[in-house]
Design a protein around this ligand. Structure first.
Ligand code: CP
Length: 309
């Protein structure tokens, strides 16, 4: 079977293992394409994509836009801050007006969890979730899995520690679903105030000691403290957070094996990770960004090719 089982990419939770493996193997082909001298292919010629960003983004927005250009799609970009959303237009009205211009595919980032699922039920277009609140960030999890596979091969049995603000992180949830479907083991690590109580029901273990988590894992995915999503104090100060859960070079070098260091960005240097770790040879942070273009090309190529409602 060489087709996705879904018409939209709303999250990793509703993807099958086959869907994920198909996206990752297609990404491998597109990575080869974007490393050629001529990086453009006609795969999405005659497809029009609207990038709707209701929340700030650097990597995801630019990566989707570049992926669309590499696939020869026509694109329009929308950001809520300078749109008629400011005059009170609803999400559904906004999107239906954009679709009236004959748009085929919507890429949307929104601050509210569930926004992409809601939209997929209200409008006639294929929707790709580019991050919805603290819910899911599926293309980030796919590019993370792709980057891990490049370093470690098959992820079955590999151990991944996700460290930091799990409570407010859409990256954590999508990574947990994706890694488990690929057979990896996942632990989360952070202050218990930033670990949601339901997490163990997902089959994830909790470790509150960063050194123990690092000694256990093959990959440490260091997450940012999402201060913009916190309406209360979850730890005494950033300084104390970084003393307990920040990864510095001294700690990394004291771990007996060479673990892979990842971060979805944006990095708060000196808080969850020091500069000498972010930039060291164990870090694959910029490889994650490079792989994001290939993975997003694969997702849009596969969804656009799928016949559905
Ligand atoms: N990783 C990620 O989603 O980064 P942006 O918020 O810059 O898109």
């Amino acid at each position: 079977m060489s087709n996705l089982s879904v018409n939209h990419l709303l999250g990793i939770k509703n993807l099958s293992k086959h869907d994920i493996e198909l996206i990752l193997s297609t990404s491998k082909n597109f990575k080869e394409v974007i490393n050629r001298p001529i990086k453009k292919v006609p795969s999405l010629r005659d497809i029009t994509v609207a990038n709707l960003f209701f929340e700030n983004s650097t990597r995801t927005r630019l990566s989707f836009e570049l992926a669309q250009k590499r696939l020869s799609a026509d694109i329009i970009n929308f950001s809520a801050s300078n749109s008629s959303v400011k005059k009170g237009e609803t999400l559904v009205d906004t999107v239906n007006n954009i679709l009236a211009m004959k748009v085929d595919l919507i890429v949307m980032r929104h601050a509210n969890a569930g926004a992409a699922i809601f939209l997929s039920k209200k409008v006639k277009a294929k929707i790709i979730n580019a991050g919805d609140g603290a819910h899911e960030h599926p293309t980030q999890a796919l590019l993370d899995a792709f980057s891990m596979q490049e370093k470690l091969g098959d992820l079955k049995g590999k151990k991944v520690a996700i460290v930091g603000d799990i409570l407010h992180s859409r990256v954590a949830l999508s990574n947990i679903f994706c890694l488990q479907k690929l057979g990896a083991k996942v632990k989360v690590c952070g202050p218990l105030t930033l670990i949601p109580k339901y997490i163990t029901s997902l089959g994830v273990e909790v470790e509150s000691d960063l050194r123990k988590a690092l000694e256990w894992c093959d990959v440490a995915n260091m997450l940012r403290i999402q201060l913009e999503r916190q309406d209360t104090k979850y730890f005494p100060s950033l300084r104390e957070y970084s003393m307990m859960y920040g990864l510095n070079k001294e700690l990394l070098d004291s771990i007996k094996k060479k673990i892979v260091i990842m971060h979805p960005g944006p990095i708060n240097r000196g808080v969850e990770i020091t500069s000498d770790v972010a930039d060291c040879d164990q870090s694959i942070i910029l490889e994650q960004v490079e792989n994001g273009v290939a993975v997003r090309m694969a997702v849009m190529f596969l969804l656009a090719g799928r016949q559905g409602d």
